[in-house]
Design a protein around this ligand. Structure first.
Ligand SMILES: C[S@@+](CC[C@H](N)C(=O)[O-])C[C@H]1O[C@@H](n2cnc3c(N)ncnc32)[C@H](O)[C@@H]1O
Length: 226
């Protein structure tokens, strides 16, 4: 690696590295959000996506009990703890996450049948915010990648609908410009406001968007509010 123009890092191609990964590395190293995240102590550039979404929709501040799906490496959980210091946070990821004070972490698959109950028990009360930044590992086949990620989003949405406290919020990464019609219908049925947003920190070229569902209407009578 060597310095390029003023402040710009250029990455030499190297044996064993494809042109595509060289381009990714160069873009990553020159990404102002990556630099800013490092300077400010956030574990991921994704932290800024949550900060920007919250600036627009105001769902983090004031939250009490939060479930973070796809928590690793922990940027979003850090943001929640910073903006809502009293919030209890429970996170889950397939990958290990270094400890974060005030956050209970599970290293397991959210799609595991046991995961929802573990998250609920660890929180000890109904969440008022469920956030999901989960994305399936891409295999390069657009339709397969889309379906796999939508499967995760749907599971996250159902978890939110089955567990949220009244007036709670659900925020999740979705792909390809929005939410599938079926999922959108479910969210519109259960939340008073459902919006899509692409925060400035989300790369322009990426197919990633976020769905922000607020004002959970509550579970039907008889299901309790936790
Ligand atoms: C974009 S990263 C999350 C970044 C995080 N929001 C942050 O700010 O640090 C997506 C995460 O989703 C996780 N993930 C994907 N599928 C999952 C699953 N089935 N169960 C749990 N985590 C999953 C991945 O391991 C990955 O760490």
């Amino acid at each position: 690696m060597r310095g390029g123009g003023p402040g710009k890092i250029r990455v030499k191609s190297a044996k064993g590295r494809t042109a595509q990964s060289t381009r990714w590395l160069e873009r990553h190293l020159n990404d102002p959000y990556v630099r800013k995240a490092k300077a400010e102590g956030w574990r991921s550039r994704a932290a800024f996506k949550l900060i920007e979404l919250d600036e627009k929709f105001h769902f983090v501040r004031g939250s009490r009990a939060v479930v973070d799906l796809g928590v690793a490496p922990g940027g979003w959980a850090q943001v929640v703890r910073k903006l809502a210091p009293k919030a209890q946070v429970v996170g889950i990821d397939l990958l290990p996450t270094d400890p974060i004070p005030g956050v209970t972490l599970f290293e397991m698959d959210f799609m595991d049948d046991k995961a929802p109950a573990m998250l609920r028990d660890a929180l000890g009360e109904a969440p008022d915010l469920v956030i999901s930044d989960m994305a399936a590992n891409t295999v390069g086949h657009a339709q397969t990648d889309h379906l796999r990620t939508m499967g995760l989003v749907e599971a996250a949405a159902w978890f939110a609908v089955e567990n949220l406290r009244k007036n709670g919020a659900f925020v999740a990464k979705v792909f390809a410009g929005g939410t599938d019609a079926d999922l959108l219908a479910v969210l519109k049925k259960h939340f008073t406001a459902v919006k899509h947003a692409k925060p400035p920190a989300s790369r322009k070229g990426s197919v990633e968007w976020y769905v922000v569902a607020q004002g959970f209407k509550g579970r039907p009578e008889g299901e309790g509010e936790g």
